[in-house]
Design a protein around this ligand. Structure first.
Ligand SMILES: [Fe+2]
Ligand SMILES: [Fe+2]
Length: 358
């Protein structure tokens, strides 16, 4: 589904308040909000998030919410009352002002007593996302070289290169210039290799009783980052039923193919991903061209993107595409690097993983 001017307007109306980040909401609520809108998030916000004075976990629970207790807890009313009193005491002492705000919130009541996490921003407002936390957000490095390319010389590299190029052909035919939809669909595939590679390295680490050099975490980070791309693009291009069906099928094939490929030759698998990322950079560059020509409406950035990439509150889709493209360039580097390590007859654990490389 293309993000056209009309289509985007309709999608925005459907998505409603969900599209606006907590940063935007704050600015609107505040009478002097104009300054806040342009101010956006502080550049040092990532560092500030880690301070215990601004980010804290308040133990709550056993609140007057949905009674989805475990079977062990059912019928144990006395125990539950005790726990609730204990929990209230904790809330009152460690997170003053929080418990009273959350009396109406619904929580899952459980015998196991895992406290719901509660995180606030630097300004004390609530962190609204449960899928990622403030300390996982970052400012994208847009200065990365987008034109870097690994010239295929060996047979394996050429095979990887032409495998990716041959996949581009049906993709171009299917999506044409519907870049919003194309991005969303391709991200469902892009998030697979990191998870598969990370899982296989994890198992290898267990089997061989050895460290992974940080590569398990690096590959899982990549998978998570790709999944956040998907969570972002599905806000601006809602998948239709047949697109969901296509994702279902493609995932079944690609997951297993990549799994086998990685088992047989991680050198080849990482090279394939390196070339896939080069193609992703190309796709997002075309996306930007369409935005600049006005063929795709430059709608406000989804709230999740504003918070994840620490974008200003008035960021647009164009800003989002820029940071996503920079992410793809980083993935390209990481995967070509991983393949090069194997080409030098070494294992990934022999070279420190580029953790946090954004
Ligand atoms: Fe991506
Ligand atoms: Fe990527």
């Amino acid at each position: 589904m293309a993000v056209t001017r009309n289509g985007a307007g309709r999608q925005l109306a459907v998505a409603g308040a969900r599209l606006f980040s907590s940063a935007t909401a704050r600015a609107v609520a505040n009478e002097s909000g104009a300054a806040a809108v342009t101010k956006g998030l502080s550049p040092n916000v990532a560092a500030a998030w880690t301070k215990t004075s601004t980010v804290y976990w308040a133990q709550r629970g056993y609140s007057t919410g949905a009674r989805s207790q475990s079977t062990v807890a059912l019928g144990d009313g006395e125990h539950e009352r005790e726990k609730r009193a204990e929990s209230d005491a904790v809330s009152g002492s460690s997170a003053a002002g929080v418990s009273s705000d959350n009396k109406d919130e619904k929580g899952v009541v459980s015998y196991w007593g895992v406290p719901p996490s509660r995180v606030t921003k630097e300004d004390g407002s609530e962190w609204k996302w449960t899928c990622f936390r403030p300390w996982e957000t970052y400012k994208s490095d847009l200065s990365i070289d987008l034109k870097k390319h690994h010239a295929p010389t060996t047979f394996l590299d050429k095979l990887a290169y032409w495998t990716v190029k041959s996949l581009r052909w049906p993709t171009d035919i299917f999506f044409q210039r519907r870049y919003g939809c194309r991005a969303m669909m391709l991200e469902t595939v892009a998030a697979v290799p990191g998870m598969v590679g990370g899982a296989l390295l994890h198992c290898k680490s267990l089997r061989r009783f050895e460290h992974s050099g940080g590569w398990i975490k690096a590959l899982l980070e990549e998978a998570e980052n790709e999944r956040m791309h998907l969570m972002t693009f599905m806000e601006v291009a809602k998948p239709k039923w047949y697109e969901r069906a296509l994702v279902f099928t493609v995932q079944g094939v690609f997951f297993n193919a990549y799994f086998l490929g990685y088992l047989i030759s991680p050198k080849f698998a990482h090279r394939v991903v390196g070339y896939l990322e080069e193609e992703a950079i190309h796709s997002y560059t075309e996306f930007l061209k369409e935005l600049d020509k006005g063929n795709i409406a430059n709608v406000p950035a989804p709230a999740i993107a504003i918070d994840y990439w620490q974008l200003p509150a008035n960021a647009t889709l164009r800003d989002v595409v820029l940071v996503v493209r920079a992410d793809e360039a980083h993935h390209r580097d990481v995967n070509h690097f991983a393949s090069d390590i194997h080409y030098q007859g070494r294992e990934l654990k022999d070279a420190p993983a580029p953790l946090g490389y954004h």
